[in-house]
Design a protein around this ligand. Structure first.
Ligand code: ADP
Length: 237
């Protein structure tokens, strides 16, 4: 065990560690408990599937891990740093630098090209335009989209749109990639293609990936599988 109390699994500290996290929503006069004393640690280069029924709290967990929501108790450590007491500006900064998101629907900006969609987060972070173009071209080419740079989202297939969304998520070289049913809207063949793109990136970049998925076949091929049971994170296998 190290000082954050986590097992030292992959020869180092976890890049993200949710410790005794609580989350409940108001329901009438009472509270609906989603997470209570939930623990989860992810190490660099690790892919983890979050497999749980609808309504179990997968999106809630991803939002907490991505600093989009505050826990009602417990702590979220990113690279060893406690984040709950930080200001909104500091949390936003960590989110921009350390965390990438992929959603079920691509959420690309429709009036911009694939290249521009991947450039934008880099320019928001302060990269010069030429450097953002160079990196966007490199990432999109790596994901097999070299011939789709100037296409707008509507001119791309569902699988291509999702690969652009993945490229955008990793454009700033995050340490953590969070994905909420990223292949949920895709046919099995395309889902396989998008999943391969994600796992390739994990191995190539050492990012830690947490994917909420219903696809047990894909989950079986990831490094770990976890679920939410009685408001806690439970390791499967
Ligand atoms: P999943 O992603 O596993 O389907 P969610 O994390 O979206 O589950 O939701 C978990 C539970 O919390 C669900 O019962 C949902 O209705 C409830 N919930 C989610 N967000 C809110 C909210 N903002 N207010 C009240 N209840 C919510």
């Amino acid at each position: 065990m190290n000082e954050t109390g986590t097992m030292n699994e992959a020869g180092g500290d976890p890049i993200i560690y949710l410790h005794q996290v609580e989350r409940h929503y108001r329901q009438g006069t009472g509270a609906l408990a989603i997470l209570e004393g939930a623990d989860l640690a992810l190490w660099p280069g690790q892919s983890v599937a979050l497999v749980a029924p609808s309504g179990a709290g997968k999106s809630t967990l991803l939002h907490l891990a991505g600093l989009l929501e505050h826990p009602d108790g417990g702590e979220v450590y990113i690279d060893g740093m406690a984040t709950t007491a930080l200001s909104d500006a500091e949390r936003t900064h960590i989110r921009r630098v350390e965390i990438g998101f992929v959603y079920q629907s691509h959420r690309l900006l429709p009036e911009f090209s694939a290249l521009e969609n991947v450039m934008l987060p880099q320019m928001i972070r302060g990269l010069k335009r030429a450097e953002a173009i160079r990196r966007a071209e490199e990432i999109l080419s790596y994901l097999g989209l070299r011939d789709r740079l100037v296409h707008r989202p509507a001119e791309l297939s569902g699988g291509e749109q999702q690969r652009v969304a993945i490229a955008r998520a990793v454009a700033n070289a995050p340490r953590v990639l969070l994905a909420d049913e990223p292949t949920g809207n895709l046919d099995p063949h395309t889902a396989e293609h998008v999943f391969s793109a994600l796992t390739q990136l994990v191995h190539a970049t050492g990012v830690a990936m947490l994917i909420a998925t219903h696809n047990m076949e894909l989950a079986a091929r990831m490094d770990r599988r976890v679920t939410i049971r009685e408001q806690k994170i439970v390791e499967l296998d």
